[in-house]
Design a protein around this ligand. Structure first.
Ligand SMILES: [Mg+2]
Length: 120
């Protein structure tokens, strides 16, 4: 995973005029609901690809999963689109979430919570 990602082009592409529904409901609960449903829907599509890989590739699972990489990446991209739209809606930067999450994981690690879960 790259440490330096230029998110500028991706964020600018999200301002595309083709997102009519968002434009008509910008800043409203309707927009938030639309984005949450979109994120859940695309996450479901991603999980469905994995489900089918498990179901159909039982005998040679890792190889079958690699064959599905383009489809998996496509669905991960769809999930990312809704995730970044939620960042825009909330006026939050990705770095802020990553910092918060890292701090939470470090607190859990220090408290032994993660280690305790592994022993159970
Ligand atoms: Mg999709």
């Amino acid at each position: 995973m790259s440490d330096a990602i230029n998110l500028g082009p991706y964020k600018r592409s999200m301002d595309d005029d083709s997102v009519v529904y968002i434009e008509h409901h910008e800043g409203s609960a309707m927009e938030l609901g639309y984005l949450c449903m979109g994120l859940a829907g695309e996450t479901g599509e991603l999980v469905d690809v994995f489900k089918k890989a498990v179901r159909n590739g039982h005998d040679d699972f890792p190889r079958d999963l690699r064959n599905l990489t383009p489809e998996i990446l496509n669905e991960m991209g769809d999930v990312m689109w809704y995730f970044f739209q939620l960042l825009r809606f909330m006026d939050v930067e990705l770095e802020d979430i990553l910092d918060m999450n890292m701090a939470k994981l470090q607190r859990r690690h220090k408290a032994g919570t993660i280690a305790d879960l592994r022993r159970k």
